[in-house]
Design a protein around this ligand. Structure first.
Ligand code: MLT
Length: 270
């Protein structure tokens, strides 16, 4: 098993931290976590993939060991996270990496494709969506952003829980997921919700993506439905689709081995 090394850079006003494992000469894999989690969500995939790849798992701005920095409400977009990840690749000396985006991480991966496609060697969209929010979804995000400080992360974890995990998820998967959410900074939660609410539809962008694309989703995912993910995978020139039996939205935590094996098999082929 490879050990994880903690690294960080300082960008204007913020510390951006990541954990890294694997050989410095190997191809890069960037694991981008979901909302409102941190890079530790990739625990199982990180060490397993590091046998063959140089694997970087950042804590996005405001999460885990990274600080939110100076991020005014009226300038909140997912582009800020994408720019951070490009800076992280620079600091790591990687021209590009396979970008694996889980849920909000997938929205950010799309933003990288829009802003710096040359940094995306291949793309994994995991339990995520390509379309923008509908009006009700956007309103829900704005409400949570406005009340995050008052509600606190524990209440938010309770609100999110019903849609996150399959009904028979293990206690460990439940604890890992809720523990991460409960430790999140309400200010980071608010910033992410504003950014996600403002994200554009990326259907056309992904439909024109000519690189290797893998879509992975839990069979019972209620947030990013399998049929929707199959659709965008099939629309992309090199898209492939894999459903993880028995998992909900948190597939990499609920069914870590199945997700890791799927990633390894696909990475070895591309
Ligand atoms: C996530 O897991 O990152 C979120 O559920 C994404 C979202 O709220 O759309």
């Amino acid at each position: 098993m490879s050990d994880l090394t903690d690294r960080e850079i300082h960008l204007a006003g913020a510390r951006l931290a990541w954990s890294e494992a694997g050989s410095a000469e190997a191809n890069g894999v960037l694991l981008v976590h979901g909302f409102p989690l941190h890079g530790g969500m990739w625990r199982d995939q990180h060490t397993a993939l590091a046998h063959d790849y140089r694997v970087l798992a950042p804590d996005l701005r405001g999460y885990g060991r990274s600080t939110l920095g100076d991020w005014p409400d009226d300038a909140t977009t997912l582009g800020r996270y994408a720019d951070d990840l490009a800076a992280l690749l620079d600091a790591a000396g990687l021209e590009s990496a396979v970008v694996v985006g889980f849920s909000m991480g997938g929205y950010i991966a799309l933003e990288m494709l829009r802003r710096c496609p040359e940094r995306v060697a291949a793309l994994v969209m995991m339990d995520t969506r390509v379309i923008a929010d509908d009006e009700a979804g956007r309103a829900g995000r704005l409400k949570m952003a406005a009340h995050a400080a008052e509600w606190g992360a524990k209440r938010i974890a309770g609100m999110m829980r019903p849609k996150l995990l399959a009904s028979d998820a293990s206690d460990e998967a439940v604890q890992q997921t809720l523990g991460q959410i409960e430790s999140a900074d309400p200010a980071a939660i608010a910033a992410s919700q504003l950014a996600m609410a403002a994200r554009p539809d990326s259907t056309e962008l992904l439909g024109q993506y000519a690189g290797p694309l893998l879509a992975i989703v839990g069979e019972h995912d209620e947030i990013s439905p399998p049929d929707e993910m199959r659709g965008f995978a099939q629309a992309a020139p090199r898209g492939e689709f894999v459903e993880i039996p028995g998992a909900g939205h948190m597939a990499p935590i609920e069914r870590p081995t199945a997700v890791t094996d799927t990633l390894r098999a696909w990475l070895a082929r591309i």
